[in-house]
Write a protein that binds this ligand. Sequence first.
Ligand SMILES: Cc1cc2nc3c(=O)[nH]c(=O)nc-3n(C[C@H](O)[C@H](O)[C@H](O)COP(=O)(O)OP(=O)(O)OC[C@H]3O[C@@H](n4cnc5c(N)ncnc54)[C@H](O)[C@@H]3O)c2cc1C
Length: 441
Amino acid sequence: MALDGRFWIRGGALWRRTDVPSSASDLREGLATPIYLRRSSSAKSVTSSACCLQPLRYAVLGAGFAGLSVVWHLLESNPKELSLVIDLFDEVGIGGGASGVAGGLIHPYSPKGKLLWRGPEFWKECLKLLSVAEKENSDEDQIVWRRGIIRPATTPKNAEILKENASNLPDGFCNEFLGQDATQKLVPGLRAPYDASVYMPHAVNIHPSRYLQALFLACKNLSEETSMQIRFFKKRIKSLLELQDDYDCVIICLGAKATMLPELEGLLPLRLCRGVIAHMQLPDSAREAYEERSPSILSDAWLAAQGPRTLVMGSTWDWGSENSSPDVSPQEECRALEELIPKVVSVYPAIEKWSMAEMKGGLRAMPPLTSAGSLPLLGCVDDFVKEKGQAKYWIIGGLGARGLLYHGLLGKLTAQAVVLQDEGFLPSELISWKKLHLKPR
Ligand SMILES: Cc1cc2nc3c(=O)[nH]c(=O)nc-3n(C[C@H](O)[C@H](O)[C@H](O)COP(=O)(O)OP(=O)(O)OC[C@H]3O[C@@H](n4cnc5c(N)ncnc54)[C@H](O)[C@@H]3O)c2cc1C
């Protein structure tokens, strides 16, 4: 039975179209291998009819940007006729880690204004997921602000580089290099100390927790339209071994806390870095509200604009911290304000009239620097868990400080690799960390 262009069901198993066995002897002699045959099935069930297929069972660990993206793409790429159960685990809830406290700024450029490695693809897939969530959002509360981002130059040299890079972008990416007057028109009160800034008109900022809730709802609705099922468990996973008998596949999307799983401890080349953000509000008595259309500001510190009286200010970089709590102690709060306010004042002095409403913290998982930049970590990690060659355990990790840009494409690629049980489907740049950094136990 043909499912779609890529899959075929024969003999109670799912095959890649190119691998369908031409005869029973191919099967017996192991010349053809199905990409899905429930692992607990006996050889006998291979010859039973397609209607006896048991549902595929996937566990996705972590309900942040990475986890929800892979859930969405698994649901989307799974042939509709094939029944699938996805169990999503998170010890806190949807957006319980760094994703829930992120500033929400998204653009595909390096600090020098160049497109990042595969920036256009990351950007496209990220925007697609944002629209999926927006369609699901019936609340009046906004998820995405399409107001662009402006980056004032920080040194004369930086101004030259931003100018040159803004003029060398491919079609569809049109950053504008602005002088002080144009900068002031765009964001009244913004100082561009070197009379130069780059404006990224298509950049956006989002409300991360609303986005994640809406994306989760979209996943539930998509699963209800098909024979697929998604279940959420608020549960801490202490070890991957807990899950080994119950799932065909386990996808680890635990952010910084993937490093704390006993099976992966000491094996992931990630550095942890805590960050704190402040939600700022303009008191009713103050007049200089942030203009409705003004872009967010990216400098040594940043301001993500959510409304005329609502800004998010970030972020601190506490390297080596393992504190993943969203709660911020009074001491940490003081230190963060002492660090952030002067940085923001140097570009947006009016911030001194705003007051801090709330602070939140989260832990980033920072990947190593490669010749293509700091790239996230993908791939199959069976060798480091137990089940060699089963294509059972996968990771999406090291999203660093660009989780929003990365999550769409990473979730899509991983879902496809998982369904095809083929790590070769993933870009070599994203799996090469395994050769360099992991030594099987
Ligand atoms: C202060 C700050 C500001 C940021 N601002 C931005 C920004 O503006 N733009 C941007 O693109 N990126 C930003 N980032 C980075 C971004 O937040 C991360 O890249 C992204 O959240 C990583 O997503 P993730 O899904 O990999 O991890 P997480 O969001 O951390 O998700 C992991 C999930 O796993 C759960 N979990 C952990 N351990 C277990 C366990 N043992 N069992 C069950 N569940 C578990 C956690 O509760 C969590 O929900 C910021 C980060 C910080 C800290």
